[in-house]
Design a protein around this ligand. Structure first.
Ligand SMILES: NC(=O)c1ccc[n+]([C@@H]2O[C@H](COP(=O)([O-])OP(=O)(O)OC[C@H]3O[C@@H](n4cnc5c(N)ncnc54)[C@H](OP(=O)(O)O)[C@@H]3O)[C@@H](O)[C@H]2O)c1
Length: 323
């Protein structure tokens, strides 16, 4: 495995270059501020009447309308939501300089054809493995967030150099850069979102909570057992790995986990995980994401409303108020 750190990276490919960050949300804010603090010439490209303009300028950043930011830029980073990358790319393509570099923090929109970059562009991926808030706070602490990097198109011969210098300037070279591809990063990320950390784990917590409540346990106790302990295992795994976590807990918990874990996550779960991976690779999720955006995010809005009305959420709010 290629695992690069700042000492392996030449910052020269970004020296004197202008970087346009499109979007000032979760990743856009963090990446723009980290680049600025690393001495890079950065401009944040925003839509007209964007509420983010005042915020970005208050943070000391230069802002411009999207097309004005893109025109003079050597590097353009697509940090708006993935599902609008296609429309955003069509809007900026006429303004992109020949031989400019187009960067992404997620491989989805290129892997699944939302964006088909012009042949003269360098196209790279720098995907920090975590939210922008942490990318920024780690940078400010003198640390960094691990990132995947890849090149989709190397038109000038300099795409790898730009990608690595960019990753270093947002602080990820302090933690480590892992070589990947747009396809690998996009598929693994979408798989995890659906089957493991963001999809599987919350559903497991909900199912556990509802099982205890149906079995006569109070909502408060069920919540503390099934949801409230999640951060403890996350911290232990982060610090010691999964084997070390097992050794750190009581014999009672360790034996219970040994007997119960594999009974719950059985061969059927693995089969369904394999099906999720296959569907992701076939582009089924990418189609759903497109349709969701086209519908005005109806399904997401409905799900958000429904989740707010559950006993589990009500219990969370009650316990949070008491803290
Ligand atoms: N969120 C994460 O933790 C994370 C982690 C790793 C990688 N990524 C990747 O980073 C990229 C950005 O994700 P994000 O979560 O940071 O997005 P986000 O927070 O949802 O992005 C919001 C920003 O995008 C702007 N925007 C929306 N539509 C636009 C348009 N049509 N034209 C121009 N700007 C537009 C918004 O403008 P206004 O200010 O005008 O509303 C806002 O500044 C994605 O590719 C994502 O997969 C995200």
């Amino acid at each position: 495995m290629d695992f690069l750190r700042d000492a392996d990276i030449d910052p020269a490919p970004l020296a004197g270059k202008r970087v346009a960050i499109l979007g000032y949300g979760n990743q856009g804010r963090a990446q723009a501020l980290n680049l600025k603090d690393s001495g890079i010439d950065v401009v944040v490209g925003l839509r007209g009447a964007s509420g983010s303009t005042i915020e970005a300028e208050a943070a000391g950043l230069t802002t411009a309308l999207v097309e004005d930011a893109v025109g003079p830029a050597d590097v353009v980073m697509m940090l708006a939501p993935d599902e609008i990358h296609g429309a955003l790319y069509r809007e900026i393509e006429p303004h992109l300089r020949r031989g400019a570099a187009l960067g992404f923090s997620h491989g989805l929109s290129v892997r699944f054809g939302f964006v088909e970059p012009r042949a003269d562009l360098d196209v790279f991926l720098v995907a920090p493995k975590g939210p922008g808030t942490a990318l920024r706070s780690l940078y400010q602490e003198g640390k960094g967030m691990i990132a995947l990097w890849a090149v989709h198109q190397d038109s000038t011969g300099g795409a790898s150099g730009i990608a690595l210098a960019y990753a270093s300037a947002i602080g990820s070279g302090r933690a480590g850069l892992i070589a990947s591809s747009f396809a690998e990063e996009a598929e693994a990320d979408l798989f995890n979102e659906q089957a493991v950390v963001w999809g599987g784990v919350p559903e497991l917590l909900i199912a556990g909570f509802e099982t205890l409540v149906a079995g006569g346990v109070s909502a408060e106790v069920a919540y503390l057992e099934c949801v409230g302990e999640l951060h403890l295992i996350a911290e232990l795994i982060e610090a010691r790995g999964i084997a070390g976590m097992g050794e750190a807990i009581s014999n009672t918990a360790e034996l219970g986990a040994l007997i119960g874990g594999k009974r719950i996550v059985d061969a059927g779960v693995r089969e369904r995980m394999a099906a999720v991976l296959e569907e992701v690779r076939a582009g089924r999720f990418a189609e759903e994401l497109r349709a969701e955006e086209a519908s005005g995010y109806k399904r997401l809005e409905h799900a958000r409303k429904e989740a707010r009305g559950t006993l589990l959420d009500e219990t969370f709010r009650r316990l949070s108020e008491d803290k």
